[in-house]
Each structure stands twice: as structure tokens, then as C-alpha cells.
Design a protein around this ligand. Structure first.
Ligand code: NAP
Length: 538
């Protein structure tokens, strides 16, 4: 790649998923020269990697799509209420071609290091394929759930059968027909893939560490009349999405759960359950996220549903979450998950009661039994939110490493920048609402804010921008304070870093709600980038 050696561009964009692609679109329109890098062979980010059976988005397709182009939203036809991974990838491919977004991206290339040079006010970015690129701005559009994580299990390298991670699924697909399969993990990826694998495999054993709350997706082909209506009012609908708490339009009820009769509560939960929506149950009452007693009413409703679906009472109880409040771990959206445990070829192993001791050459050994498998599927999740930012060795002013700075938990101002790392922007980074919202809305808001910021800098002769330490300290404690007003920190979730041994326990996303967050970001910008230090050109 000699042509890329020591190239000098205005911006390097890392990642070519939804966030990276939109960054290219916006920055290019500003007239910036851009170099993109993407580890995958093509665009798509999470949807390029997560090709496991049953992978589909848990936000409705007509909402989980770009809003920046009214023409695009009119011309694209989604076929199902919740889009499958292949359909989302077709959409991504269409957008990339329509807006020529691959042009500046070097694929199959991982950024390994980036260092800020104070003398020239530029980043020097290096890749695993030997690129060295200088850039004024470094846009980290690396996703929140892209660093796939295998569990720390003894003997994992010994297994002689086929091993898969849901987040790194083979592109040619996997046929489990007639095979004996073990799935480890019952988060969103496990819950989506288990029903499909169960239909194919001769025998499926599910290893569950913590049961999850899951609500039915009620997925269906999209009704043409609904699509027509939505397209006619798309602009207005998008406005409502961008003024909402989670980037989707939902009718929330502010009443306390215990202020209504049990019958009324049950009716509301039932309606939310039947509506097939990730955010519906938690929005049924105003205090579900903050009051344990109120929360318990929602939790018990789901447990009741599990008992009514699952035939064996012991299995139903093992599938019923009791150790953390409802919706404080990411809620799952499923198609036939609980009913899958009524199948003769499916067995649930509760690894809290019967811990996994080791992986063997032929399967898994727990304290109580030896299991033989042809294939093992790890649906064990990700080093979420911070993992993708810390994978490359990023060094800011005075050579300080981001890994050191975030050793006790991520520190950012507004989740979009971090002090001591000038001109580095973290799209949907820790400290922003990101994973608690419809990601497309959060991505567009961040990229728009960053692009406007760069535009403003250029108009005003600023060459570098860096959060002030006091502003960052305030934001970090605000994010923490808001989280601790809720029940969320009571769960051992990936929001808290609890799924990665040794990772600091810090609630990473901002829980203040998307609309309020957007207002704060806009206020900071209109106050001349309050809380940021700007360096002017000589
Ligand atoms: P996850 O939610 O972190 O689930 C990982 C599962 O693996 C958990 O059940 C975890 O148990 C288990 N596990 C991890 N290490 C283990 C070990 N050593 N032994 C036994 N079990 C172990 O990961 P995910 O399912 O991939 O989902 C991550 C996030 O991606 C979701 O929360 C969601 O935000 C997103 N996602 C979305 C969709 C969608 O749009 N429909 C689909 C997939 C993923 P513990 O709970 O005890 O840690």
C-alpha cells in the first residue's frame, strides 16, 4: 500500500458500519478528505459479523433505518416488521452504493494504533496492514458491541468439534442437521438462535448462567397499508423519534405501577406483551426502572408467562429470572424461545447449580455430568462499549494511553470526546445514551453533532478541540448519579462491565434519555462548545 504510506487527510474514520458510513457521508459533504478503515471485508459493522441463525434486529425496521435522506426512506422497501440480518445487510449495501460510501474505505484492515502529535496537531494512525496516515480528526465509529468475547473456560482450545461465536459467524452458514449441539449463553444472541438451532439439530443442550427476561417479537410481514401510511408521515414520525426518550415512538404511562388495581396492571402488561415491542413493558408504568416493588410486578408478569408456556415446572423456574430487576439487563425479543424448551431434543443446564468445569476434546464437563457435542456455539457476548475503543493502542497528549486513562472505567465528556485526546470523537461512546436507544437515532445525532462541530471549528479558525477536565468530571459523575437513581446498577450486566472478569463496574451508557441528552449536546454547541478548550491556528 505505498500510496497510503504517510498520507495526510482531514479525517480518519474507523469502522464502516452504520456510524462509519454516515460519518463518510456527512464529512465528505463538508469537503473533508477522508481515509476509512474497516476490519471486515465490506460495510455493515455488527450486521456483517452477526450472521447466526435467527439474527434479526429488535427495533422495527421502519425505525431502524437512516433518516438523513427522505428519498432513501421512500424508495427502500422493508418486508418484515423486524428485519432479518440478511435484509439489513442488503439495505446497508444499497445505501453504500447509492451514496458511494465505500470509495474511501480500506477494508480487511484493522487500526492498531493512533498517536496524537502535539507539534503538528495531527493524529498518526497505523494499521495491521502497514498503513500510516496522518489526520487532523480521528472519528472512532467502532460500534458498542463489536469486540466478541469467548468465555474463560479451561480447555477451550482442546475441543475437536466445530466451535462458533455468534458474533463471528461463518458467512457460508452452518447446517446443524442431525448434529449434537451445545449453546453457551442466553442473552439476545442465544435467545434468537436457540429456537432455530433446536429445529435443525438432533439434540441441543443450552447452558444458562443467568436467565433473561424476553418478550415475544410478534414479527410478521409488513402490511402494505401500514407502510404506505408510515411513508406518508415519515418526516413527522422521525421528528417524534428524535424527541423521544429512546429514539422510538412509544406511548409511555407515567403512573406508578402500584397506584392501579392488580387487574388493571395485568391488563396493561398483557397489552404490552401482545404488542411485541422491546420498550413496551418497561413503559407500562412510570416507576418500573426506579422502584423495586413496582419493578417486581413486571418481573412476576413475565415469570407467569414463562410458567404458562413451558410445560415442565422445574424448567420454567430455571428459566425465570429472580436475581436482578426486570429490564436492568438488556431485555430480549424472541420468536418461540420459551416454547423451545418443550421440545424433546432440547435440554437446559443451569450452570449456576451445575457449573461448567472445563471444555473437553469431545464436549463439556460440568460438576455433575460429561456432555458430548459435534458443535459448540458460544453466544457469550462482547466486551461492550469500551472494548472496541481500547483494542487499538490510542495515545493522546503527552503520550498518555487511553487504556490507562480508562483503566478504572470510561471517562468522557458527553460520551463523544475524552480529555487529553484532542480531535478524537467517539461515536455513541460510553457516557452517551447509545445502547439504551434505537442505535440509528443515536448514531445520526452524534455524527451530525461532530460534523457541525468540525464545520464550526473550520469557520472560526480552530484547529483542535479537547474537553476540559472539569467538564468531563462533571459529566462522568452526572452519568453515574443518574444511573444510581435507577435499579440498573443492581444487575450484573454488560452495561456495568460485569460480563468481563476484571472489568471495572461502572454503568457506561447515559440513562437521562435521548431527548434530554440531545438538548444538552445542542446547548453545549450553541454556547460556543461549552466545556471544550479550542486551539486557534497561529
Ligand atoms: P450477552 O447479552 O452478553 O449474553 C451473553 C450470554 O452468555 C449471557 O447469558 C451470559 O451469562 C453468558 N455467558 C457469558 N460468559 C459465560 C460463561 N463463562 N459461562 C456461561 N455463560 C456465559 O450477549 P449477546 O446475547 O450477544 O447480546 C449482547 C447485546 O447485543 C444484546 O444485549 C443486545 O444489545 C445486542 N443484540 C441485539 C440483538 C437484536 O437486535 N435482536 C441480537 C443480538 C444481540 P450472564 O448473563 O450470566 O453474563
Amino acid at each position: 500500500m505505498p500510496d497510503l504510506d504517510e498520507r495526510d487527510v482531514d479525517a480518519v474514520v474507523v469502522g464502516a458500519g452504520f456510524a462509519g458510513m454516515y460519518s463518510h457521508h456527512r464529512l465528505r459533504r463538508l469537503g473533508l478528505t477522508i481515509q476509512g478503515f474497516e476490519a471486515a471485508d465490506d460495510v455493515g459493522g455488527t450486521w456483517w459479523w452477526n450472521r447466526y441463525p435467527g439474527a434479526r434486529c429488535d427495533v422495527e425496521s421502519m425505525d431502524y433505518s437512516y433518516s438523513f435522506s427522505p428519498d432513501l426512506e421512500q424508495e427502500w422497501e422493508w418486508t418484515e416488521r423486524y428485519a432479518t440480518q440478511p435484509e439489513i445487510l442488503r439495505y446497508v449495501d444499497h445505501v453504500a452504493s447509492r451514496f458511494d460510501l465505500r470509495r474511501d474505505v480500506e477494508f480487511s484492515t484493522r487500526v492498531t494504533a493512533a498517536a496524537w502529535d502535539e507539534g503538528s496537531n495531527r493524529w498518526l494512525v497505523k494499521t495491521d496492514r502497514g498503513h500510516r496516515v496522518r489526520a487532523q480528526f480521528l472519528i472512532m465509529a467502532v460500534g458498542c458491541l463489536s469486540a466478541a468475547k469467548l468465555p474463560e473456560l479451561a480447555g477451550i482450545e482442546r475441543f475437536a468439534g466445530d466451535m462458533y461465536h455468534t458474533g463471528r459467524w461463518p458467512h457460508e452458514g452452518v447446517d446443524f442437521t442431525g448434529r449434537s449441539v451445545g449453546v453457551i449463553g442466553t442473552g439476545s444472541s442465544g435467545i434468537q438462535s436457540i429456537p432455530i438451532i433446536a429445529e435443525q439439530a438432533a439434540h441441543l443442550t443450552v447452558f444458562q448462567r443467568t436467565p433473561n427476561f424476553s418478550v415475544p417479537a410478534k414479527n410478521a410481514p409488513l402490511d402494505p397499508t401500514f407502510v404506505e401510511g408510515r411513508k406518508a408521515s415519515y418526516r413527522q414520525h422521525r421528528k417524534m423519534m428524535f424527541s423521544s426518550r429512546a429514539g422510538i415512538v412509544i406511548r409511555a404511562n407515567d403512573q406508578p405501577a402500584l397506584s392501579v388495581t392488580e387487574e388493571e396492571r395485568h391488563k396493561r402488561y398483557w397489552e404490552a406483551w401482545e404488542a411485541g415491542n422491546l420498550f413496551g413493558m418497561a413503559s407500562s408504568f412510570g416507576d418500573i426502572a426506579i422502584d423495586r416493588q413496582a419493578n417486581e410486578t413486571a418481573a412476576e408478569f413475565v415469570r407467569e408467562r414463562i410458567r404458562s408456556i413451558v410445560d415442565d415446572p422445574d424448567v420454567a423456574e430455571a428459566l425465570s429470572p429472580r436475581s436482578y430487576p426486570f429490564a436492568t439487563k438488556r431485555l430480549c425479543l424472541d420468536s418461540n424461545y420459551y416454547a423451545t424448551f418443550n421440545r424433546d431434543n432440547v435440554v437446559l443446564v443451569d450452570v449456576r447449580a451445575d457449573p461448567i468445569v472445563e471444555v473437553t476434546s469431545h464436549g463439556l464437563r460440568t460438576a455433575a455430568a460429561d456432555f458430548e457435542f459435534d458443535a459448540l456455539v458460544f453466544a457469550t457476548g462482547f466486551d461492550a462499549m469500551t472494548g472496541p475503543f481500547l483494542e487499538p493502542d490510542i495515545r493522546g497528549a503527552a503520550g498518555r494511553s487511553l487504556r490507562d486513562k480508562w483503566a478504572a472505567g470510561p471517562r468522557s465528556y458527553l460520551g463523544v470526546a475524552t480529555a487529553g485526546f484532542p480531535n478524537l470523537f467517539t461515536i455513541t461512546g460510553p457516557g452517551s445514551p447509545s445502547v439504551l436507544t434505537n442505535m440509528l437515532v443515536s448514531i445520526e445525532q452524534h455524527v451530525d453533532w461532530v460534523t457541525d462541530c468540525i464545520d464550526n471549528m473550520r469557520s472560526n479558525g480552530a484547529i483542535a478541540i479537547d474537553p476540559e477536565v472539569e467538564a468531563e468530571d462533571f459529566w462522568v459523575s452526572h452519568v453515574n448519579d443518574v444511573a444510581h437513581l435507577t435499579l440498573f446498577p443492581q444487575a450484573d450486566s454488560w452495561y456495568m462491565g460485569a460480563n468481563v472478569p476484571g472489568k471495572p463496574r461502572v454503568f457506561m451508557p447515559y440513562l437521562g434519555g435521548f431527548a434530554l441528552y440531545r438538548e444538552i449536546c445542542d446547548g453545549v454547541a450553541s454556547d460556543g462548545y461549552r466545556g471544550f478548550a479550542l486551539t486557534l491556528a497561529d
